[in-house]
Design a protein around this ligand. Structure first.
Ligand SMILES: NC(=O)c1ncn([C@@H]2O[C@H](COP(=O)(O)O)[C@@H](O)[C@H]2O)c1NC=O
Length: 535
């Protein structure tokens, strides 16, 4: 063990030895559990020093308390901006009681040391979230609180610091061991670091914006993450992995309630996220079935069971071991269809009791209920070697996503049913990764080509999956391409298979050749002007 980590370097007492509590400094915005804590501390003979309304709350409960002003000999002033910012407070927190010279100085100065600091901070983030004015937000930046928390955490060999009312039950007059004080100090620094990230982010985005003109991204981006679950392993068994969440009230897949089944794996989360997004790109009942983050079936239906049946029919072979997301409550009818198919995860906003009964009869299937929240974060993060890419999430509301704005480039204008299928295909194709081609018919994908390094191979794959024979589904279907056809060859594969209407962004230098191919085949071709790459 290095000298720095040796707990006995200055203190010969065993690190398991508890430091009894004699004197506590209590200053909390959140008063929950305060009276119970103060009552217990007093009963155990611990002297309590406290600030303004914290002291008032304690005193009102009939528990003796020393106002901090009595200690400092100075009134709390400037509307509470200065209460505890005083050497008599901070010397009491920061004295390293293992050092004889510190103890001697305290005696000389007539200051008593604290061995417990209980502080939580002004609600800055909640004030910002409430839409309060800039002045009100600034007023809620706690100064004295973080100073005490940081001082106590630094001086953890002598002081225990508690920042979370949920942990008051751990406070006992017998005190804490060094290891416990270290853990409390670590939690205290997380408390102040999270707080400062919120303050710095607000300054850089609202009060003194640092984004360049035309960009929403500030000069500095901070985020704090709390570990939610340690996963069994990552993408492969030799990779350790964990799930983290932001403690900012965000709701989504990461906060889902698991109703049944084995624990979620890393790959389950990746696929469930892709499925959840894909199912929410549609209004009305929609189901997406995902394998390896790509859809093997997406469909809308008159109800969720019909949407599932249509999505499953797209590629039943690939749906084996898939992750299914429904954008509406899973009904018993849908559950009865899912039950016979080996399925890793079903994710939905809810499950009918009868659906749960059917699905929980299967031991291993994981059932996740997501309680609200947007399916996509507004900003997406992707680490790269040496840095991090940030982008606004792709949305489905650009002008080019409205079929009424599409440009008819070839063939006859689509009838209402064909246009509805094209609109469905255009929404569904953005869930497909890397040269996405999606063939659709009657509100369901019937062939998906993805993961190719050229678009023509994706077209071949989509057509092959849809089936090209007399009873194949390519003939008479419609198609969407997430990006333009660079040559006519990819589109020609679709046209040769009998695809009768296609929607794509356009914008290739060879658009004229592509349009000519559609014209020659008598097919309808729409240009959106908007692209939906997903890598
Ligand atoms: N300015 C100071 O000296 C100061 N000292 C403590 N506080 C905060 O005041 C709050 C408690 O105040 P009260 O006991 O008056 O409710 C705590 O959230 C604490 O973090 C302060 N407030 C803000 O900075």
């Amino acid at each position: 063990m290095s000298a720095a980590l040796d707990p006995t370097a200055l203190d010969p007492a065993a690190p398991e030895t508890r430091r009894p509590l004699h004197r506590a400094l209590v200053s909390v915005y959140d008063k929950s559990g305060l009276v119970e804590l103060a009552t217990a501390l007093h009963a155990a003979g611990v002297e309590i020093v406290s600030t303004g309304s914290t002291a008032a709350t304690i005193a009102a409960a009939g528990v003796p308390v020393t106002p901090v002003e009595e200690l400092t000999g100075f009134p709390e002033c400037l509307d509470g901006r200065v209460k505890t910012l005083h050497p008599r407070v901070h010397a009491g927190i920061l004295a390293d009681t293992r050092r004889p010279e510190h103890l001697a100085q305290l005696v000389e100065l007539g200051i008593a040391a604290f061995d417990l600091v209980v502080v939580n901070l002004y609600p800055f983030a909640a004030t910002v979230a409430s839409g309060a004015s800039a002045d009100e937000c600034v007023e809620q930046i706690d100064i004295g609180g973080p100073s005490m928390v940081r001082a106590a955490a630094k001086n953890h060999p002598s002081v225990a610091v508690v920042v979370d009312p949920a942990r008051y039950g751990e406070i006992d007059a017998a005190g804490f061991t060094l290891f416990e004080r270290r853990a409390l100090a670590a939690a205290a620094f997380v408390h102040t670091a999270t707080y400062d990230v919120a303050v710095a982010s607000w300054f850089g985005s609202v009060l003194a914006p640092t984004a360049l003109e035309g960009s929403p991204f500030p000069a500095w981006a901070g985020a704090t993450w709390d570990r939610s679950t340690v996963l069994r392993y990552g993408e492969n068994p030799h990779q350790a992995a964990a799930l983290y969440t932001q403690g900012d009230g965000t709701r989504g897949l990461a906060q889902a309630t698991q109703l049944h089944g084995k624990e979620m794996s890393y790959n389950n989360y990746v696929d469930a996220d892709a499925a959840w997004r894909a199912a929410h790109d549609h209004t009305g009942p929609a189901v997406a079935i995902i394998k390896h983050a790509n859809p093997c079936g997406i469909a809308v239906g008159s109800d969720i069971a019909q949407a599932h049946a249509k999505a499953h029919a797209c590629d039943p072979l690939s749906a084996f071991g898939g992750v299914i997301a429904a954008n509406q409550v899973v009904t018993a009818a849908m559950a009865a269809q899912v039950a016979p198919v080996f399925t890793e995860v079903v994710i939905a906003p809810g499950f009918e009791p009868a659906a749960l009964e059917i699905l929980t009869a299967k031991k291993n299937i994981r059932l996740l209920q997501v309680d609200g929240g947007a399916p996509r974060a507004a900003v997406e993060l992707r680490p790269i070697s040496g840095g991090l890419l940030l982008q606004q999430a792709d949305r489905i509301d650009a002008a080019g996503d409205d079929p009424a704005q599409w440009q008819l480039a070839a063939g006859a204008a689509a009838d209402a049913a064909t246009l509805a299928d094209l609109a469905f295909a255009w929404r569904a194709v953005r869930a497909v990764k890397s040269n996405a081609i999606l063939l659709a018919s009657d509100g369901a994908s019937v062939g998906v080509g993805m993961g190719q390094v050229n678009r023509v191979d994706s077209c071949r794959l989509a057509v092959e999956r849809a089936g090209t024979g007399a009873d194949g589904r390519a003939r008479g279907s419609v198609a969407a391409s997430d990006a333009f056809f660079p040559f006519a060859d990819g589109l020609q594969v679709l046209l040769d298979a009998g695809v009768r209407a296609v929607v794509q962004p356009g914008g290739s230098v060879r658009d004229a050749e592509v349009i000519a191919a559609a014209e020659a085949a008598g097919a309808t071709l729409y240009l959106t002007g908007t692209r939906h790459f997903a890598h």
